[in-house]
Design a protein around this ligand. Structure first.
Ligand SMILES: *[C@@H]1O[C@H](CO)[C@@H](O)[C@H](O)[C@H]1NC(C)=O
Length: 243
């Protein structure tokens, strides 16, 4: 009687432990996969450097490494950032990017730089960097800057700041942000970006200036305006102030 009641109990306890172990394993695997997704970024280097080999016909996520023996100091070098970009354009600003396309040595390192010039009233229009957080320092002049959060509940919160020379501001990865010169003179900023190739999506240009154009029906509904206004916006010349 003793064993008759206990053996089924024991086996169901064992089954329970097995089930729990399976569930734990599943949770652990999911956590690992999730952590991997959350931590995903520019590839972390598995060697001192992996200078982009632009002559390679092989496509990988990034660029293949140039032979170490062929690497020189020039692979980590560029110049000319002392010169302002030309701000004679619709938005009166000019972004000079120094990314992996300018410095092949940045490949796999997860970092790049930009110089941003603003004429008085110049605007770096609302845009996002799909692959990078940005940290910006004002070298000259005054800027009104801000970013908007993603849809949190029903709200997109706006964070803004008036910056002067020496001030620093951060634009988190992927969020829409802008910078406006509010001073009387030219302004200059330097920005560090957490990707070798941050990418830029200029909102107005991407939405109203795509090739081919997005259907005006779609945009009229999305922006809750009539199609004529959409057509007018789509007919405009959309400047890309990034170089
Ligand atoms: C930005 O400045 C560079 C260098 O002066 C110039 O070549 C480029 O055309 C300018 N871009 C715009 C959009 O004005």
């Amino acid at each position: 009687m003793h064993s008759n009641t206990n053996i089924p109990l024991l086996s169901s306890v064992i089954q329970l432990i097995k089930d729990m172990a399976m569930k734990l394993l599943l949770v652990a695997l999911l956590a690992l996969a999730f952590a991997h997704a959350v931590l995903a970024s520019d590839p972390s280097p598995l060697q001192d450097f992996c200078v982009a080999d632009d002559s390679s016909k092989v496509f990988v996520n990034g660029a293949v490494c140039k032979n170490m023996n062929d690497v020189t100091a020039d692979d980590f070098y560029t110049s000319g950032l002392d010169k302002p970009g030309n701000t004679v354009n619709n938005v009166r600003s000019n972004v000079t990017a120094v990314n992996v396309n300018k410095i092949p040595g940045l490949n796999t390192l997860g970092i790049s730089l930009a110089r941003i010039d603003f004429a008085p009233n110049g605007l770096n229009p609302p845009h996002t960097h799909p692959r990078a957080t940005e940290i910006l320092v004002v070298l000259e002049g005054e800027l009104y800057v801000g970013f908007v959060t993603s849809n949190i509940g029903q709200t997109n919160r706006l964070f803004t700041k008036n910056l002067k020379k020496g001030d620093v501001f951060v634009f988190p990865q992927g969020l829409i942000h802008f910078q406006l010169n509010t001073g009387k003179y030219n302004a200059v900023a330097l920005a560090g970006l957490s990707s070798q190739n941050p990418g830029v999506i200029t909102i107005a240009k991407a939405v109203f200036g795509s090739t081919p154009p997005i259907s005006d029906d779609v945009l009229a509904k999305a922006f809750q305006v009539d199609k004529r206004l959409v057509d007018r916006l789509q007919a405009q010349q959309w400047t890309d102030n990034n170089n």
